[in-house]
Design a protein around this ligand. Structure first.
Ligand code: NAD
Length: 256
């Protein structure tokens, strides 16, 4: 099922990690479907480029919010600013995350562990904490949290990353139950190997490189950021109205 063009007219979307990769593609897709879009990321330069792309695509003015998702005040200020400017938030993609260099579990330093869990799991928690009260107050909304194939199975050399991504699914399922009666739907998405800056960096350090990553995809190629964006838009749309607490795997068969 695809989301009808203009299916987000009058809606407001909020995307973290919007300066690059999957987040940028999803922000562009929301804007193309008619939403007003708030973009949050650490990278002010990357946000500038995403806002330029959105304006070039359809003339929409996106709201760029420089924000570290590990900082509770930053996150609350960004979410509150989006609500102040646009009046509400209907659709959220909590997508900011960082990769882990390949290494066995006990070689991971405590600092590395804290950083990966801090961005990719605690960051999602802090976003939910800031976003859900607005959605409850306005009568509903839909949130998608980014997990990974590493959220549904183990990967050698990826203990901290997989712990964070498994954690996102537990957080998503539990919060979905907490707010189902408030008409706030919360789902996770588990992308396979998607061709982004993260995967270019990761492929450079991993034995087998990019070819090895392609070989891990039964479908015979890496995924495109737009193929995750379309699933996120569906999950947040009226077409997904009965879907909450799920972890949708979109991975070319990688974890099958
Ligand atoms: P990317 O590196 O291209 O983009 C990640 C974005 O997150 C960047 O713009 C970065 O600045 C931002 N970010 C990092 N730390 C942040 C912080 N503390 N606060 C705010 N923003 C921060 O990566 P991507 O491939 O687009 O990945 C997006 C998400 O999808 C990540 O959570 C990643 O773990 C997940 N994911 C990616 C893949 C893949 O194959 N690319 C697969 C599964 C899951």
């Amino acid at each position: 099922m695809t989301v009808p063009p203009e299916g987000y007219n009058g809606k407001v979307a909020f995307v973290t990690g919007a300066a690059s990769g999957i987040g940028r593609a999803t922000a562009l897709a929301f804007a193309r479907a008619g939403a007003q879009v708030a973009l949050a990321d650490l990278s002010a330069d990357g946000l500038k480029e995403t806002t330029r792309l959105i304006a070039a695509d359809g003339g929409r003015q996106a709201l760029a919010l420089t924000c570290d998702v590990t900082n509770e005040q930053d996150v609350k200020a960004a979410v509150d600013k989006a609500v102040e400017d646009f009046g509400r938030i209907d659709a959220v993609f909590n997508n900011a995350g960082i990769e882990q260099p390949v290494k066995p579990a006990t070689d991971i330093s405590k600092d590395e562990w804290d950083r990966i869990i801090g961005v990719s799991l605690t960051g999602v928690f802090l976003c939910l904490k800031a976003q859900i009260p607005h959605m409850v107050r306005q009568g509903g909304g839909a949130i998608v949290n980014v997990s990974s194939g590493a959220g549904v199975k183990g990967f050698q050399g990826q203990a901290a990353y997989a712990a964070a991504k498994h954690g996102v699914i537990g957080l998503t399922k539990s919060a979905a139950l907490d707010y189902a009666a408030d008409n706030v739907r919360i789902n996770a998405i588990c992308p396979g190997i998607i061709d982004t800056e993260m995967i270019r960096r990761f492929g450079d350090t991993r034995p087998g490189g990019r070819e090895g990553l392609i070989a891990d995809e039964p479908i015979g190629r890496l995924g495109k950021p737009e193929e995750i964006a379309s699933a996120v838009l569906w999950l947040c749309s009226d077409g997904g109205a009965f879907t909450t607490g799920t972890a949708l795997v979109v991975d070319g068969g990688q974890t099958t």
